[in-house]
Design a protein around this ligand. Structure first.
Ligand code: IPM
Ligand code: MN
Length: 383
């Protein structure tokens, strides 16, 4: 057997541990069934619980410990809940969520991939039945932009306080995320051709393409990075004459996501705008309970990518065993597929897990079930 790939499992806060438990059950079963070359270590940090004991959300050398791993599987960070307990150990968001941003930055996970596809069985929030065709991939720039965390507060607490929050956009950052978007568009067109369900997108010159990339900015108001993105987009697009191009302003994109989300294919957005768009996209494709996400470093195999669902710690339902683990399980499937770049057996297991979760959703999506129940039902399909 080859050297096993190592996964750092971090349950985190709130519903994190509940949904991660189900993910680990699936990993155990798949490893046993296919002799998968993977092993994992469970980390009690980052978490509120760790902070309560040690005065920090994670150890100082956390990133160097994690650098030894091939992937990070994270449940959720944030308010641990339950919300009706005013005495619960609570930290400011800036403290409890900092590890998330530290890991994204520290491991240069510059792609955040959030697919939004309305699968059979998932709740359809839009009344228009064309919503059944929603199938987009929102790609969020994950390393810079509005999230660089530079700025400060001057004369804090006084009447004359000034807060600054810097946004930083680099040409390299724009180039790599936009190119990644075009590559994904091509891969999606290939997959659709194989499955016999081609899609059709108009180009500006009136031709048709089988895939599309829509870049989102706010260039009518935030012109400096908006104009740079526009230039880079046009430049990169020349290498992909087979992919249709499109631009939306972020406010119009929100409107069109609700009005005609089935018209989008790949969407590339900045860190903050992509964050907001992907909560909306999650609801369009069944809600937070089914929305997977991942933070990838596509070009440095020595840095672990991180797999965490779009949802947070859901303090309102934490501790009750009713959180939907579907998003976590789809995310775990994506992790296996990603690790499958090193061993095809893992990619195969990822597809198997995805298919089992999707089949469970199709059959039981409409019924009220608790966390354990959904996890067990997926496990039974995998057996
Ligand atoms: C997400 C979350 C995070 C983000 C928060 C918790 C910092 O909303 O992963 O979408 O804004 O990136
Ligand atoms: Mn978010």
């Amino acid at each position: 057997m080859p050297q096993p790939l190592r996964i750092a499992v971090m349950p985190g806060d709130g519903i994190g541990p509940e949904v991660v438990t189900e993910a680990v059950h699936c990993l155990e079963l798949l490893r046993e069934k296919h002799q998968l070359p993977i092993e994992w270590t469970r980390f009690p940090w980052p978490s509120h619980a760790w902070h309560e004991r040690h005065g920090e959300v994670m150890p100082e050398d956390a990133l160097s410990q994690l650098a030894q791993y091939d992937a990070i599987l994270l449940g959720a960070l944030g308010d641990p809940g339950p919300m009706d307990d005013p005495e619960r150990y609570l930290l400011p968001d800036s403290v409890s969520l900092a590890p998330l941003l530290d890991m994204r930055k520290g491991f240069d996970q510059w792609v955040c991939e959030r697919p939004a596809r309305l699968l059979p069985g998932a709740r359809q929030y839009l009344a228009d039945d064309r919503a059944r065709d929603i199938d987009m991939l929102v790609i969020r720039e994950n390393s810079e932009g509005e999230y660089v965390g530079q700025g400060g507060r001057l004369r804090q607490g006084t009447e004359h306080e000034v807060a600054t929050q810097m946004e930083v956009f680099t040409r390299r950052g724009a180039e790599r995320i936009i190119r990644y978007g075009f590559e994904q568009a091509r891969l999606r067109a290939d997959a659709r051709r194989r499955d016999g369900n081609k899609r059709d997108f108009p180009t500006l010159s009136g031709e048709r393409c089988e895939s599309q990339v829509c870049v989102v900015t706010k260039r009518n108001a935030l012109r400096y990075w908006g104009d740079m993105y526009t230039e880079v987009f046009e430049q990169v697009a020349r290498d992909y004459p087979d992919v249709a191009t499109h631009h939306e302003l972020i406010d119009a994109a929100c409107m069109k996501f609700v009005q005609a989300p089935w018209a989008f294919d790949v969407v590339v957005a900045s860190n903050l705008q992509g964050d907001i768009l992907t909560d909306l996209a999650a609801v369009l494709s069944g809600g937070m309970g089914v929305a997977p996400s991942c933070n990838l470093n596509p070009d440095n195999p020595d840095m672990p990518s991180m797999f965490e669902p779009t949802h947070g710690s859901a303090p309102d339902i934490a501790g009750q065993g009713i959180a939907d683990p579907t998003a976590m399980l789809f995310t775990t499937a994506r992790m296996l597929e990603w690790l499958g770049r090193q061993d095809p057996l893992l990619a195969e297991a990822g597809r198997e897990l995805y298919a089992a979760v999707a089949a469970d959703l199709a059959q039981n999506g409409g019924t009220r079930r608790d966390t354990r129940n959904i996890g067990d039902s997926v496990l039974n399909r995998l057996k």
